[in-house]
Unconditional design. Structure first.
Length: 153
């Protein structure tokens, strides 16, 4: 069914759940896995706290260390499941575009990613990389929700 699954991570607990789900799925269908993380490029004029206080070199070192930590955690999940996975860090202005481009370059046939499950105005105002991937990707996307939807709201 699936031969190569791409799993983007931002290092959050929600992404960890998507990694666990994607790796379990890959194991069940004997698919390859690539786990990726996206780092925003350094900007001299920025609102990101790390960019405001860091030099480009400090920012790069911090971003590389954070990405290595996130990708290492994914590798451990794959190792525990008995499958291997490739990892990669991509620098791109728009995470959703990096995810879609990587899926095409790596010939992935599924993207597994997390969603906060925001609804209503907060979903519109806050935006979502997941929604952007869903909207623009030609590759199927499996969205892992960390919590069930609330029908009370």
């Amino acid at each position: 069914m699936y031969e190569h699954i791409l799993i983007p991570t931002d290092g959050s607990e929600l992404s960890r759940k998507a990694i666990e789900h994607g790796i379990a799925l890959a194991r069940s269908v004997n698919a390859k896995v690539t786990v990726m993380t996206v780092t925003a490029p350094f900007h001299v004029f920025a609102v990101e706290p790390g960019m405001v206080t860091d030099t480009p070199e400090q920012y790069e070192k911090h971003a590389a260390n954070l990405a290595a930590k996130d990708l290492s955690a994914a590798t451990e999940v794959a190792k525990a499941a008995g499958i291997s996975c490739d990892t990669m860090r991509v620098e791109h202005e728009h995470a959703y575009r990096a995810i879609i481009d990587t899926a095409a370059q790596k010939i992935c046939d599924l993207i597994v990613m997390a969603s906060h499950g925001r609804r209503g105005i907060s979903a519109i105002v806050l935006g979502s990389e997941t929604v952007k991937v869903l909207t623009h990707s030609a590759v199927p996307v499996l969205v892992v929700r960390a919590r069930p939807p609330s029908f009370a709201s």
